[in-house]
Write a protein of this length. Structure first.
Length: 160
């Protein structure tokens, strides 16, 4: 597996993962019916750094880094990660996170914050904790889970 900056040629592979992940309606705030043309603003916007994990010529994961806030809050990074369903449980998410922490440091960020980690996404919560993130707050009923209804969401943080 190699992790590299995404190019325009990766759009279809990223879309396949993005569509698959958001259709479940259980981990990301994007409407499960988000059209493909919206991928550009959600994953390839000019202020984002977009990366892909590739294995055997196939995109198996992706992540973005961006400032969590503008101007005086821009020293804190925000990251989002997605792994192709066929490659989950194989360390791809952990590899993406490790890569993103290195990239965030190189880009000059001082910390990283996740604004909405769905509490019922226990695999992600455990992975982020393993990677040094702490839950610094929980927002009650912040996420409209497609199956469970309103569930809590964590804010997670880690210094770089």
């Amino acid at each position: 597996m190699i992790i590299r900056k995404a190019t325009a040629a990766d759009t279809a592979g990223v879309w396949e993962i993005f569509r698959e992940v958001i259709q479940a309606g259980d981990t990301y705030v994007f409407d499960p019916a988000t059209p493909q043309e919206d991928l550009q603003k959600h994953w390839f916007a000019p202020y984002m750094y977009t990366y892909v994990a590739e294995e055997g010529g196939h995109i198996i994961g992706t992540y973005i880094l961006k400032p969590n806030q503008i101007d005086l809050g821009a020293h804190i990074a925000n990251g989002s990660y997605m792994v192709h369903a066929g490659f989950r449980g194989r360390g791809v998410g952990e590899a993406l996170c490790l890569h993103s922490l290195q990239e965030a440091r190189q880009l000059g960020f001082r910390a990283m914050q996740f604004n909405i980690v769905v509490s019922t996404n226990t695999q992600a919560v455990k992975l982020w904790q393993k990677m040094g993130f702490s839950i610094i707050g929980t927002v009650p009923e912040a996420f409209q889970h497609q199956e469970l209804g309103l569930v809590d969401a964590h804010i997670m943080y880690r210094k770089l």
